[in-house]
Design a protein around this ligand. Sequence first.
Ligand code: DX5
Ligand code: ZN
Length: 222
Amino acid sequence: MIRLAPSILSADFARLGEEVRAIENAGADLVHFDVMDNHYVPNLTIGPLVCEAIRPHVQIPIDVHLMVEPVDALIPLFAQAGANLISFHPEASRHVDRTLQLIRDHGCKAGLALNPATPLEWLDHVIDRLDLVLLMSVNPGFGGQAFIPSTLPKLQAVRTRIDAHMAAGGQPIWLEVDGGVKLNNIAQIVAAGADTLVAGSAVFGAPDPDGGYREVMQQLRT
Ligand code: DX5
Ligand code: ZN
């Protein structure tokens, strides 16, 4: 089963409650929540207060993607604000293993987010502590960018690592792809091994997010 995580980065921020309810009603599996700090990435978005504000509007898990540096101080705040999964970029944390543990200590699932040029070696010594790998298929910072093709072989390589880990008795790890996921590349992305897809502009760029979601889901089923 493929999970879909619409990114509210492309939603109407003046109507976030309605927007997340619409995607939940349409069947979304997660709400992808992009946090940018104008330091780790050249853009500024939303924080724990907004996470807390949308929390009562949906039952589905909130998938927080931290594009911030430093990372650790925000983890308790997002956990208290109702986040269920928290991913961060390893270059932005001085002690990656500690940050992963901190996320789990706060009752959330922990993910590492890897930029297009970030090597997979970051996974080597922490794979036992991961609940998800968030593979970036654009450079982080903006919605609506084009999918970077070198993500596909990289995605296959992560799939191989995760499968080997699970075959050896390791915990399940989700493989989420983020950036430029569109109707015309979903089939390739899924074939390369993704099980969770983030889609911002493909869902919220549609005239109504419901319709955008249904279009993406229909594409997944074909
Ligand atoms: C980019 C964000 C993405 C973004 C994806 O830095 O992490 O989650 O919202 O948007 P689309 O699907 O429009 O590329
Ligand atoms: Zn994201």
